[in-house]
Design a binder for this molecule. Sequence first.
Ligand code: SF4
Ligand code: SF4
Length: 217
Amino acid sequence: MGMINNLRRGFAVTLRVMRRTVFGDGLLTTEYPKESRQKPERFHGRHVLNRHPDGIEKCIGCELCAGACPARCIYVRGADNPIDEPVSPGERYGFVYDINMLRCIFCGLCVEACPTEAITMTHLFEMSVTNRDDAIYTKNELLVNPEGIPNHMFTPEQDPMVNLDELKDADGWMRATAPSGRAAYEGIPGWSASAGIGLRPPERGQAGAEVEEDDDD
Ligand code: SF4
Ligand code: SF4
């Protein structure tokens, strides 16, 4: 009798969860790819290389991201900026920038390491390829266009899975070590402005929070 009661209780739980997830407010599935779910703000999708609002590239070719990458999948080569037409602020810029997405573990350490907020991660995750070479994203694919829109290896015409809304929603993600990752900076954007985005707003839950003194400084 005890066993029957346990089975009855177990089935009741199963039916309750099924009713909630399949028919109710807790619906977990969507008609992907026609419809896709809102990603969390810190979703780790594919990377982009950002530009300053005036269009100049943020990457200074310092290679810190490549040094921090545990999967060794970033290859950067810096070059001296042309004096008359600098590509980035400072002396050097990222002349070559490749990421092998087949090796990337999407840990975000490159983003943490970057001193100029040049490399960030987007909400874009539709990255299937038909050969290994296409999985190596070059600077051409990584650098956003002058309007701040990420380039993609395939256009929506070539691949109906490419969701332009995801491409435009370039980044809501902040570094854990950025000022906005600390309680004392709640409600204060910790990013410099980027082309197409401007100054990113503080993350959800931070806006309007009181700024408190941080005794650990
Ligand atoms: S997310 Fe991690 S694994 Fe991927 S490129 Fe950046 S540091 Fe390397
Ligand atoms: S992306 Fe950032 S860390 Fe990497 S080379 Fe450019 S400036 Fe340096």
